[in-house]
Write a protein that binds this ligand. Structure first.
Ligand code: UD1
Ligand code: CA
Length: 479
């Protein structure tokens, strides 16, 4: 397959049926925008240029593309006068910038059809080349062809033209082979023919689909490839179709990872975004959502019931009922159950963050442990240190945030308040229930709490007749 000279992505339409303030092509499927999926596929086949035609809300779409797909070129179709018009103004605008393609395939696809796979696109281009066609259409046999353009074939079975649903005769409406809106054109043919499109149809638009009949009239070969998987051709016009397409893509992504060696206990409750990467032999328990650019290494076990966003999980780590965003979980680390990792939480190798622990912007050293009921914010915990249950890294004075440093092998007692900025030296201890406001030298024990005083007989004197007084009297009798 010759990589195409260009892939033109049509994305100027409004997407009225989405009923959304967000332009249609910026809606997401499996964590990536619709147009982003199409562009990713176009880039994967090494197209010389990927051109996205913008129209409605073009500033927003352009900003998204510039940020996430910087190699993409954009053109503007200010008024949406049809798919043919979109391609025509695109070729004109590029020509003004000195860009023209005289030979080789030029692909045209829709920005709202994110299921088009690399393999199908490659097959379409290969078919185009072997047929030496002027235009090759990706078609699909649909049980319900309503709304789609129909592929009209002649008595020899050759593609004669495409008729839009709104322009079709009753006989043509019965055709179930539809136009997917994805094509390969010979660059020279496209450039020559696009200028001649008319608007003589029910919608008064320049139809790109008319180029099929133009090619036939010129005596140029026209080819059609039936999509091996008709799902590849599905376009999105409303939120129900958005959900339907997402379900298919999710299934494809899950299948892909299982085939590469990932164990998924329950694919039906496993949600993996398009940009996630997984190593073979990681295990995903039921109820796992891996979002953004999350990475999970070999041997790690994630779940059940965990959501990881832009999180890196090291080899052999155990992540159980965790919500994590922009965090790093080191190899062999144990996290959960019920742990909240926030941005820049960085858990070292074999470290532990246990139940009801929240960690933000903090490095937890190798083998260090934060086992229970603790908030760690803006901190550095040295290797092998242990943070006792119910401790708080008091990082916020109401105005600004300060850092806490706990040295290696330190032992922070249960219910310690570490009031930042503060340093607990290597190997130091803090007594349970302490409020630490001054630095603790290495190896010292810091105690910062009131001394205990026992008032003998207080219950008998002040709470006579209560069960407590009775229990106390019993205990006295047994002495
Ligand atoms: C189009 C095809 C139809 C095919 C269907 C497949 C034409 C005339 N018809 O119809 O045969 O079955 O796709 O989904 O091409 N767009 C622009 N500028 C415009 C008009 C559309 O950029 O002026 C873009 C839209 O944003 C969209 C794509 O082109 O991404 C398709 O446009 P749409 O209006 O959805 O075409 P259909 O009527 O569905
Ligand atoms: Ca459409």
């Amino acid at each position: 397959m010759t990589p195409p000279a260009a892939v033109i992505v049509l994305a100027a339409g409004e997407g009225t049926r989405m009923k959304s303030a967000t332009p249609k092509v910026l809606h997401q499927v499996c964590g990536r925008s619709l147009v982003g999926h199409v562009v990713t596929t176009a880039e994967s086949i090494d197209a010389g240029q990927v051109v996205v035609v913008l129209g409605h809300q073009r500033e927003r779409v352009a900003a998204h593309l510039a940020e996430s797909f910087p190699r993409v070129v954009t053109t503007v179709q200010a008024e949406q006068n049809g798919t043919g018009h979109a391609v025509r103004v695109t070729l004109d605008q590029l020509a003004d910038q000195g860009v023209t393609w005289d030979s080789g395939p030029v692909v045209v696809v829709s920005g709202d059809s994110p299921l088009l796979s690399e393999q199908t696109l490659e097959l379409l281009i290969a078919e185009h080349e072997s047929a030496q066609a002027a235009v090759t259409v990706l078609s699909a046999e649909l049980p319900d062809p309503t709304g789609y353009g129909r592929i009209v074939r002649d008595s020899a079975g050759l593609v004669q033209g495409i008729v839009e649903h709104k322009d079709a005769t009753a006989e043509q409406l019965a055709i179930r082979e539809v136009n997917s809106g994805m094509y390969v054109f010979d660059a020279g043919f496209l450039r020559a023919a696009i200028a001649g499109l008319s608007t003589d149809n029910s919608q008064g638009e320049e139809y790109l689909t008319d180029l099929v009949a133009v090619a036939r009239a010129d005596g140029r070969p026209v080819a059609a490839l039936a999509a091996p998987d008709p799902d590849d051709t599905l376009g999105i016009n409303n939120r129900a179709q958005l959900a339907h397409v997402e379900a298919i893509m999710r299934h494809r992504i899950n299948h892909h990872w299982m085939i590469t060696g990932v164990t998924m206990r329950d694919p039906a409750t496993t949600y993996i975004d398009a940009d996630v990467s997984l190593e073979p032999d990681c295990v995903l328990e039921p109820g796992v959502a891996l979002r953004g650019v999350t990475v999970v290494a070999a041997g790690a076990v994630v779940g059940p019931d965990s959501t990881l966003i832009d999180t890196t999980v090291g080899a052999e780590a155990r992540v159980n009922r965790v919500h994590s965003e922009s965090a790093v979980i080191g190899p062999g680390a144990t996290v959960g159950p019920f742990t909240y990792l926030r941005p820049a939480a960085d858990l070292g190798p074999d470290s532990k963050a246990g139940a009801f622990v929240e960690i933000k912007n903090a490095v937890v050293g190798q083998d260090a442990k934060v086992p229970h009921l603790t908030y760690v914010g803006d901190a550095e915990i040295g290797s092998g240190a242990n943070i006792g249950a119910s401790s708080v890294f008091v990082n916020y004075d109401g105005v600004s945030k300060s850092r806490t440093v706990v040295g290696r092998e330190a032992r922070v007692g249960s219910d310690t308040m570490l009031v930042a900025p503060v340093v607990v030296g290597p190997g130091a201890y803090t007594a349970a229930g302490s409020v630490i406001v001054e630095d603790v030298p290495a190896g010292a024990l810091a105690i910062a709490r009131g001394r205990q005083r026992n008032i003998e007989g207080w219950v008998a004197a002040n709470r006579a007749g209560t069960p407590a007084a009775e229990a106390a009297a019993d205990a006295e009798g047994q002495e």
